[in-house]
Ligand binder design. Structure first.
Ligand code: ZN
Ligand code: ZN
Length: 370
């Protein structure tokens, strides 16, 4: 990726700062750091950050420690690099003094309390009248619409995920252990060139499939099982996420029933998605199909979520937090029915919202006509 997208993103980010009356913003979310600067380092843990961006009206800095110095300089050449040895609070007071920061925004959903205290005391020591302002995630507001290059990267990531599913689909059979299938998914995703899986794969067979986020265990796939396979890659920094339900042999009536309903809900929702439509309404279309069939209580999660640098990002397609869908948002469509003690079905596609509808990004079917 050239430098151009980063500089135009910074321009747009600064417009949001001006809109919100902020003169600087400290960015700690790893995906946001990458989106604005190109700096790829990940955090080892929430409390072990690999750096922060500080974006002000006419300067942008990347603050990190010695371990990341070389990488930061190479990946984020448009940012002034500031290396700390004792932690962020060591360098921030001088930075705030030289910037003359009055109102500093930060990602209120992410920054730890300890970090917040460090930032606030640094700012107040530079200028007693200054204010730290808890903010919405302004970078994610930009990330919600994908540019052409991002969409191409998402397509590539999904293609890899689909190739892996395709390679495994034909080998699935009774007698395989869930965790062995999950490990094969993970291995093939890495061998296919991904940086990582975008989340640990889910392989949930038989009754385990009633847990939407089941952890693959040593259960062995049995005749008649529905097996939920939910997998994704992170390739070129971008995530993919898809789910299919594989059926071992001939499904029982109930499994065939819920499979048909879930697929019908998915197709109806895909039909409803278009630029200008409300996320809550789209969720309601799928939910309506499942409710009408009598399974409303057993579809306990939202219909879908945005996918991009993070595997779960805005916009959510669910009952609350309405978002008006816009062209080039990328979202999943993943209705499910989960019957405790019996099993479940989930089917998940990724789609790109267009002006008049949506483009299903998945090319591989792996659906049953039951
Ligand atoms: Zn998924
Ligand atoms: Zn998903």
């Amino acid at each position: 990726m050239g430098r151009q997208p980063f500089s135009s993103r910074l321009d747009r980010f600064r417009q949001l700062l001006a809109r919100d009356g902020l003169d600087a913003f400290i960015i700690a979310v790893p995906e946001n750091r990458y989106y604005l600067s190109g700096y790829k380092a990940e955090d080892m843990a929430l409390v072990e950050s690999s750096g922060y961006l500080l974006v002000a009206a006419d300067r942008q800095l990347l603050l990190t420690d010695f371990r990341y110095q070389e990488e930061a300089a190479a990946e984020a050449p448009d940012f002034e690099l500031l290396i700390y040895t004792e932690g962020l609070d060591q360098v921030l007071p001088d930075v705030f003094s030289s910037l003359g920061t009055e109102r500093l925004g930060f990602e209120k959903d992410f920054l730890t309390y300890k970090r917040y205290q460090d930032v606030e005391s640094a700012l107040l020591s530079a200028r007693a009248s200054a204010k730290v302002v808890p903010s919405e995630d302004l970078t994610q507001e930009l990330r919600i619409i994908k540019d052409d290059e991002e969409i191409e990267l998402i397509r590539r990531s999904l293609r890899l995920t689909e190739d892996v599913l395709h390679s495994i689909w034909g080998d699935l059979r009774v007698g395989l252990k869930e965790q062995d299938v999950a490990w094969r998914i993970e291995r093939e995703i890495r061998e296919g060139g991904a940086e990582s899986v975008s989340f640990p794969p889910i392989v949930a067979s038989g009754p385990n499939a009633s847990l939407p986020h089941a952890v693959p265990g040593n259960r062995v796939i049995a005749e008649g099982d529905g097996v939920i396979l939910d997998l994704g890659s992170r390739l070129g920094q971008y995530c993919s996420d898809m789910t299919r339900t594989w059926i071992a042999g001939k499904p029982g009536n109930r499994l065939a029933d819920i499979y048909r309903i879930v697929r019908e809900a998915q197709l109806a929702a895909q039909e409803a998605i278009r630029g200008g439509e409300e996320s809550v309404a789209v969720d309601g279309v799928a939910r309506g199909v499942i409710e009408k069939a009598g399974y409303g209580d057993l579809f306990g999660h939202g219909l879908g979520h945005g996918v991009g640098l993070a595997v779960h990002e805005k916009p959510g397609l669910r009952k609350r937090q309405p978002t008006v869908l816009q062209p080039n948002m990328v979202v999943t469509v993943e209705p499910g029915i989960y019957i405790p003690g019996y099993g479940g079905v989930r089917l998940e596609n990724m789609v790109r919202v267009t002006e008049n509808g949506c483009e299903v990004l998945n090319r591989l079917d792996c659906f049953y006509d039951l």
